[in-house]
Design a protein around this ligand. Structure first.
Ligand code: APR
Ligand code: PHB
Length: 394
């Protein structure tokens, strides 16, 4: 058995775990990070791409925003496609804030580079990770690497291991309240190297279902179409995808779409999910381990960033001021933001997708979108939520 000691054991090397490690390192708090997969595998996952200004500010503070500042695409608006027309929500003009388009993969790469430079310990391909004694003052984490058993003794465990991780299930079921909604469709996403023929993201509500025109860089698009939960990726050739995507976009956009071979194609289900509280003893959940939003509001990554920001502040105050109070407040502080993002993501999802067999829902959706396009107050409300609700550092 190889024994380790750290102030904090971070489980999960996605954006939440990596960013927490970086923020703690800058406060002089040592953390060991454990990740089940290889670094290459983590970098191969294609996820979200829209950062709120608050998220960019946290990344600045963590010292990992140099490339983001150079390569991130600042967008002052987003568009909604409906009945063949595009309606712009002028984020900057309405609420004075913008969003930055920068792939989660790139952010993860920047964080991995910073972690490698910091000289802190990260253990990839950690198998059979288990948490122990989290209600005591010295929790432990056990795992194996290439067959060798390891143990970390620590003060705190950060469960940043995503929706399918081990931390949340290790909390007794009667200590967690679970709130969940599963939607009757998924998103089929394609990444392709072609210059985006749109300037801003287009969220399209069409008779054939939802589609999203997004991007990753001036030479790379990311596009999605709503699909059935029983669809198989093998049934979606690139040609079929682009044909369907074009049919869901308004004509002027469809005509400008140049198809390109996909470099990644995947189907993701849509889910709303929250557990309360985000703490059990000395185990703290953050990011997708604690909550999932459907991607329609572009909030998943931003919420993970605000959780770990709050968690790093609470841990900093614990070590600096010997105060437990911020740790006690952590869950409630996160949940206020989480539920607002859940509401917005649920609202966006409801307004933009086809819900088969629900004619009443369709009329409500049409009426709600018409109201949005007519009402500056409604646009302002959408803009406020899309750019992210304020969060004050302590
Ligand atoms: N032990 C160690 N690592 C684990 C384990 C485990 N038992 N289970 C899962 N992991 C790792 C996963 O391999 C993954 O790399 O935890 C990481 C969790 O990362 P994400 O799923 O990316 O979750 P998170 O870091 O919370 O990121 C927030 O924002 O855009 C959204 O959902 C999107 O991933 C995104 C999220
Ligand atoms: C993406 O580019 O992957 C993306 C953008 C906006 C969303 C969801 C996904 O709402």
């Amino acid at each position: 058995m190889t024994r380790h000691r750290a102030q904090v054991a971070i489980i999960g090397g996605g954006p939440a775990g990596l960013l927490l490690g970086q923020l703690l390192h800058r406060e002089g708090i040592d953390a060991i990070l454990l990740e089940r997969r290889s670094a290459e595998y983590v970098l191969g996952r294609i996820r979200a791409g829209v950062l709120e200004q608050g998220t960019v500010a946290v990344l600045e503070r963590a010292g990992v925003a140099t490339r983001l500042r150079e390569e991130g695409l600042v967008h002052d608006g987003v568009e909604i496609g409906f009945r063949g027309r595009r309606h712009r929500i002028a984020l900057k003009a309405l609420v004075g804030k913008n969003v930055t388009v920068y792939g989660q993969t790139e952010m993860t790469r920047d964080l991995m580079d910073a972690r490698a430079q910091s000289g802190t310990t990260s253990i990839y391909e950690a198998e059979d990770v288990q948490v122990h004694d989290v209600t005591g003052i010295t929790p432990r984490v056990t795992f194996r690497v290439h067959g060798v058993a390891h143990e970390i003794a620590c003060d705190f465990i950060a469960g940043c291991d995503g929706f399918h991780g081990v931390c949340r299930p290790s909390i007794p079921a009667d200590r967690l309240a679970v709130f969940e909604r599963v939607y009757p469709f998924g998103w089929l996403g394609v990444l392709a190297d072609v210059p985006p023929p749109w300037d801003e993201l287009i969220y399209a509500n069409s008779e054939r279902g939802f589609a999203l025109a997004s991007m990753r860089s001036p030479t790379r698009v990311r596009c999605y179409v709503q699909c059935g939960l029983d669809e198989r990726i093998e049934d979606w050739s690139d040609a079929r995808f682009w044909d369907e995507f074009r049919r869901r976009m308004c004509e002027e956009v469809a005509d400008r779409v140049t198809t390109a071979p996909s470099i990644e194609k995947s189907i993701a289900p849509l889910r709303s999910f929250v557990v309360e509280p985000l703490r059990y003893g000395r185990l703290f959940l953050a990011g997708d381990a604690a909550h999932i939003v459907p991607p329609t509001g572009a909030k998943g990554l931003n919420l993970a960033v605000s959780d770990v920001f709050f968690l790093h502040e609470a841990l900093r105050d614990f070590y600096r001021e010997h105060s437990e109070h911020p740790l006690d407040e952590y869950s409630a502080r996160c949940l206020r933001r989480i539920w607002k993002a859940e509401r917005f993501s649920w609202w966006m999802t409801r307004q933009l997708h086809r819900f088969p067999g629900d004619a009443f829902a369709r009329r409500m959706q049409e009426t709600e979108l018409e109201y949005l396009f007519e009402s500056e107050a409604a646009q302002k409300s959408m803009a406020e939520n899309y750019v992210g609700l304020p969060f004050q550092p302590r």
